[in-house]
Design a protein around this ligand. Structure first.
Ligand code: 13P
Length: 250
């Protein structure tokens, strides 16, 4: 169960419009048969167009959020089944920006993971501590509580990816130290095995937070780092391609 396929996932956040799909064409051309799984999660209006552009490619498309309900009176929201219908195969859930901007709790995230699994979407469940929590020595306990609370009981491990993204490392150019990444990813692996048994060994754990071409290789060398969730550097084919190449070599 330890032969986890590595995953390079890009999160475009609220960036990108039609002309930026040229970056996706360039990425697909430069990486026609990547030796790792590659995923790009654009803003919702681009999902279908991106999926169409990638129809001949092995690069997957994902959403950045979904609603916990399958349908109904939820103006502005998108269901997991709608993401699938648009061409998505994954969905990022519980990103710290959604936890902060939209007050999402771990219980909310767990309900969304349930909905995503029902729609056959793989969830990338994000966890991570703030700087104050790390300085207080609470990083492991905060992330452990987020992880426990964000995973519904009856989800199968095959439908899960975990992303450890320290909040203070996102978009700041600061990266957690190699020893802190190793400690946290090891703790997350232990928690997943406690929760899911042998299936927990198969769940990929991504690191996220200022991953760039220049620091990717040393991060990917850390045990239990199975890839990255990349924000800013996923917006260009050149930078994201270099990160994919580093992951292939790891
Ligand atoms: P940056 O790579 O821009 O720091 O963003 C990380 C992130 O939040 C990915 O979800």
């Amino acid at each position: 169960m330890t032969d986890r396929r590595k995953l390079a996932a890009g999160n475009w956040k609220m960036n990108g419009a039609e002309p930026d799909l040229a970056e996706i064409d360039a990425l697909a051309t430069a990486h026609p048969a990547p030796g790792v799984d590659v995923l790009v999660c654009p803003p919702a209006p681009l999902i279908h167009r991106m999926a169409q552009r990638l129809s001949e490619s092995t690069i997957d498309v994902g959403g950045q959020d979904c609603h916990a309900a399958a349908s109904g009176a939820h103006t502005g929201d998108i269901s997991a089944a709608m993401l699938l219908d648009a061409g998505a195969y994954y969905v990022i859930l519980g990103h710290s920006e959604r936890r902060a901007d939209h007050g999402e709790t771990s219980a909310d995230v767990a309900a969304k993971v349930r909905a995503a699994a029902d729609a056959r979407l793989v969830s990338i469940v994000c966890v991570g501590e703030t700087l104050a929590e790390r300085e207080d020595g609470k990083a492991l306990s905060v992330v452990g509580a987020q992880l426990a609370g964000s995973l519904p009981d009856d989800v199968t491990p095959e439908m899960l990816v975990i992303a450890y993204e320290p909040v203070w490392a996102i978009g700041t150019g600061k990266v957690a130290s190699i020893s802190d990444i190793a400690e946290m990813h090891g703790a997350i692996r232990t928690a997943l095995v406690d929760r899911f048994g042998a299936g927990g060994q198969g769940i990929r754990i991504l690191y996220g937070g200022s991953v760039k071409p220049g620091n990717a290789a040393e991060i990917f060398a850390v045990p239990d780092v199975d890839g990255a969730l990349v924000g800013g550097a996923s917006l260009t084919a050149e930078d994201f391609g270099a990160i994919i190449t580093a992951l292939e070599a790891a």
